[in-house]
Design a protein. Structure first.
Length: 179
């Protein structure tokens, strides 16, 4: 009997009564799990492009102030008049008050961001209004020349220009108005 027991154990092992359980490794989810998780291919591509593309670095208001750029007030620009827009662009040096009384495009000296095309439209609109005003003034005072009226108007107007506004001091030389 002593010999039969080890022999029966060896026989049982060889027949296959005892075996290790099957282990199945799954490295992917089922189709249902994949559908539930969703696909983020477009988002992944967008993030990849964003991380590669050059873009402006956001600056704080303090950093703008250190650069000498005053942040524009957060307001609805649709309610601003042409005079308000002119004042803002004069301070930014995007436009200037010329010695002849007309606004001049000085976009090359512009501090900060401004739409050049909109500034040109504004200059044209305001200059046209000023020329009409000088014609009307001449009709009211026929004894004064248009040049004298324009010069007098400019002297009075220059006093009301916003502080820091870009003005032509001498022909071709620009300076900020001191207050």
């Amino acid at each position: 009997m002593i010999r039969v027991l080890p022999l029966s154990v060896i026989l049982a092992l060889s027949v296959g009564c005892i075996r290790a359980p099957e282990i199945v490794m799954v490295d992917r989810g089922t189709a249902l799990e994949q559908q539930a998780a969703g696909s983020f291919g477009e988002l992944e591509r967008k993030l990849s492009r964003t991380s590669i593309e050059a873009r402006p670095v956001p600056l704080t208001p303090k950093q703008f102030a250190e650069l000498g750029i005053k942040p524009l007030p957060l307001q609805d620009t649709s309610e601003l008049t042409d005079a308000d827009l002119v004042d803002g662009l004069l301070i930014q040096h995007c436009i200037g008050e010329g010695r002849n009384g007309l606004l001049v495009d000085t976009h090359g000296a512009c501090i900060g961001a401004a739409d050049h095309a909109e500034a040109l439209e504004l200059i044209e609109r305001v200059n046209q209004a000023r020329v009409q005003l000088w014609r009307w003034m001449h009709e009211q005072r026929k004894d004064a020349s248009v040049d004298d009226l324009r010069r007098t108007w400019r002297e009075v107007h220059a006093r009301g220009v916003v502080c820091g506004g870009w003005m032509e001091a001498e022909p071709g030389k620009w300076d900020s108005k001191q207050c």
